[in-house]
Design a protein around this ligand. Structure first.
Ligand code: DON
Length: 313
């Protein structure tokens, strides 16, 4: 009997996790959000799930971590579902920047002064202001409910220590948000918009939660386990395109060449990625490379993609 791909992944994954884990010592955990400096630098875990619900995991998959920038993919989708493409792209652009994720350089350099894309901090802050809801609390609840639905996990919640730590120290994001307000990009009170943003970045997940969310994107918005269409196909197409062009920030080109899959990273060390039509993948490795992506996580995805010929290109 020949082995299925998922059987082969199951056999190889523990070895690859251990060899990729060695990269952790070459990176650093994020410390500009003070609470994140407590993350376990040597951790690496991955969870892969297929359309029939078969899953494989290896490494430190029991740890919880905050979504950080990974949540930006889903706030973008929610804003698209709330107000449509035209209204969203009136406030954020569609282009990669080549700059760091927290750069505000181009906001002043390039007219009309809207963020280049929804996955950089400035763009995601603008998106937070577009989520429907009568108050920042209602907007935040809608984001959390949406992620609970996609992850099939009703107990998903905030890591309030990380939330407070970011909110108390976010001078750069705060200055960016006030700048955006002055440029006419932000709807509503700046501090309310920032609260929505800090809250969705602090949603606590496991690798399995990310893999479930990714599985829905891998199946064009449908949960293959229930058959329910949770996101319109067009909005998944938009989100996956941004994941390819901007999901790994100013390392997105390199990641497209080395791995070739839509992906989104966060400074907690999480990465959500997917093999279209097949797998949802969630991983965590808090030690980051110079571009802010999980150093061991990227190495592990390179090995997997090469071995199973997953690149889309
Ligand atoms: O706004 C921030 O800086 C964080 N809440 C999110 C940044 C992030 O995850 C960038 N990712 N690589």
């Amino acid at each position: 009997m020949s082995l299925t791909e998922i059987d082969r992944i199951h056999a190889l994954l523990p070895h690859w996790v251990e060899s990729s884990r060695q990269q952790c010592s070459y990176g650093k955990v994020a410390s500009y959000i003070p609470e994140l400096s407590k993350s376990p630098i040597g951790a690496l875990g991955i969870h892969i799930i297929d359309a029939s619900g078969h899953s494989v995991s290896a490494g430190d998959t029991e740890i919880s971590f905050t979504m950080q920038s990974i949540s930006k993919v889903f706030t973008l989708i929610l804003a698209l579902m709330d107000i449509g493409e035209e209204a969203v792209f009136d406030k954020v652009g569609m282009e990669p920047t080549g700059d760091n994720f927290n750069s505000m350089l181009k906001l002043e350099l390039v007219q009309p002064g809207i963020p280049f894309n929804p996955l950089i901090n400035a763009g995601a802050i603008a998106i937070s202001s577009l989520i429907a809801g009568a108050s920042s609390t209602e907007k935040s609840c809608r984001v959390l409910d949406f992620l609970r639905l996609l992850s099939n996990n009703d107990s998903l919640s905030y890591d309030l220590d990380v939330y407070r730590s970011e909110s108390d120290t976010a001078n750069l994001n705060r200055s960016m948000a006030y700048f955006l307000k002055d440029n006419g990009v932000l709807e509503g009170a700046v501090e309310d918009v920032l609260d929505v943003y800090f809250r969705h970045c602090s949603i606590s997940v496991t690798c399995a939660d990310l893999a479930q969310m990714a599985l829905v994107l891998a199946h064009n918005g449908k949960n293959p386990l229930t058959g329910e269409q949770l996101i319109p196909r067009r909005y998944v197409q938009i989100a996956k395109t941004f994941m390819i062009t901007c999901g790994m920030y100013n390392a997105s080109g390199e990641f497209a060449i080395q791995v070739g899959l839509p992906a989104k990273s966060g400074v907690s060390g999480g990465i959500l990625t997917l093999v279209p039509g097949r797998y949802g993948i969630g991983l965590v490795g808090p030690s980051l490379n110079r571009k802010g992506n999980s150093i061991a996580g990227v190495a592990l995805l390179e090995s997997l993609s090469r071995e199973f010929d997953w690149s889309l290109f």
